[in-house]
Design a protein around this ligand. Structure first.
Ligand code: AHG
Ligand code: MN
Ligand code: MN
Length: 336
């Protein structure tokens, strides 16, 4: 029998990483294992979404006034449930819930971390078989261990993230996560049901040829943003052009592609929505952390995303994120 032990599973990888850290308790590995487990369950449902009655609206509207799809509810329940019953998470906050949940059982109260997530990102794409995802950020709690988690544990700056990651349910299913030590990607091998290391040490190329923005909103953007988009469109060969516009409408898939290939993703404020659409805590902070660790940059047009002090769980922010050189070119335009 040919047993291939070159495969490194997510579990093995996180444990291996911890061996080098003195006094590590293994709690982060256990939390990532729980996230991997919830992701596998969501993956099964996403894959059979066309077969069962799980498509379509759940009949309710979420806290931000958007229709909630059934799979959003399912994904939210899976991540919340797995983290609640695990031993490493003191509480969660989710895009789909009005308020945070502090777990009040003894094991959870002893835990070091809280987790914030967008359980299903790009849910408008579910019905049409286009990639969707999950996004998460992990913080060390500021309240004391043994007590119940508090709101301050969730309203921390993105710089305080211990780890952040995402899962893309795409042509294959991938889990990518970052700690300060690096960004690593794992592909789900359906034959063994394990995430296995496939993209070690991901670095975001400093330059790329892709810009991603919702062009339908073009006339709603500020003059500087419009000018930058025009620059992207007018790039010629000697400037590294022509650039290509790619926009799936699932941030997870759009930023994942740009992280690997190099590129810039923008969700600017518009006249109608000056703060844009994306949520600081569930979408922007995790990606800003991942992309920065990979060598890229993320801003709201003025400030580094990770430096923004959140004041509300569901606050939104404009987002510009991607390859370092492209971001610097954009920053020059935004400064005027
Ligand atoms: P969600 O499905 O969690 O509400 O997020 C969808 C987000 C994001 O994934 C995507 O980049 C953006 O919405 C697309 O919005 P527009 O259709 O306005 O471009
Ligand atoms: Mn989302
Ligand atoms: Mn969502």
């Amino acid at each position: 029998m040919n047993v291939n032990r070159k495969v490194l599973t997510l579990d093995e990888f996180t444990i291996q990483q911890l061996r080098d850290i003195p006094n590590a308790t293994g709690e982060l590995s256990s939390l990532l294992r729980d996230i991997g487990l919830a992701a596998k369950r969501v993956n099964v449902e996403v894959n059979k979404a066309g077969l069962v009655d799980i498509l379509g609206d759940a009949g309710s509207v979420n806290v931000q006034g958007e229709d909630v799809k059934k799979l959003d509810v399912f994904a939210n329940d899976q991540f919340t449930g797995v983290l609640k019953h695990g031993i490493s998470c003191a509480g969660i906050a989710s895009e789909e819930l009005d308020d945070y949940i502090a777990f009040d059982d003894t094991e959870s109260k002893k835990s070091k971390y809280v987790c914030l997530f967008d359980p299903l990102d790009g849910s408008g794409n579910i019905d049409v078989n286009v990639s969707i995802g999950t996004i998460f950020g992990v913080y060390r709690r500021v309240s004391s261990r043994g007590s119940i988690a508090t709101k301050d544990d969730f309203l921390q700056k993105g710089t305080q993230q211990v780890a952040a990651g995402y899962i893309v349910y795409g042509s294959s299913t991938m889990l990518v996560y970052a700690t300060r030590r690096g960004v690593n990607g794992f592909t789900l091998d359906p034959s063994i049901g394990e995430f296995t290391l496939s993209h070690p040490g991901i670095k975001c190329p400093p330059k790329g040829k892709i810009y991603s923005v919702n062009h339908g909103n073009f006339f709603q953007y500020g003059e500087e943003v419009k000018k930058y988009i025009n620059i992207c469109q007018k790039k010629n060969k000697s400037d590294g052009g022509p650039y290509t516009q790619r926009y799936i409408g699932s941030m997870v898939a759009d930023v994942h592609r740009n992280l690997i290939k190099g590129g810039i993703f923008m969700y600017p404020g518009t006249i109608d929505k000056p703060k844009g659409k994306l949520r600081l805590l569930y979408e922007c902070n995790p990606f800003a952390f991942i992309v920065e660790v990979a060598g890229g940059k993320a801003t709201d047009g003025k400030r580094r995303i990770l430096d923004i002090q959140p004041t509300e769980l569901h606050q939104r922010t404009p987002l510009f994120i991607g390859s370092k050189d492209m971001m610097e070119e954009l920053e020059k335009e935004l400064e005027g």
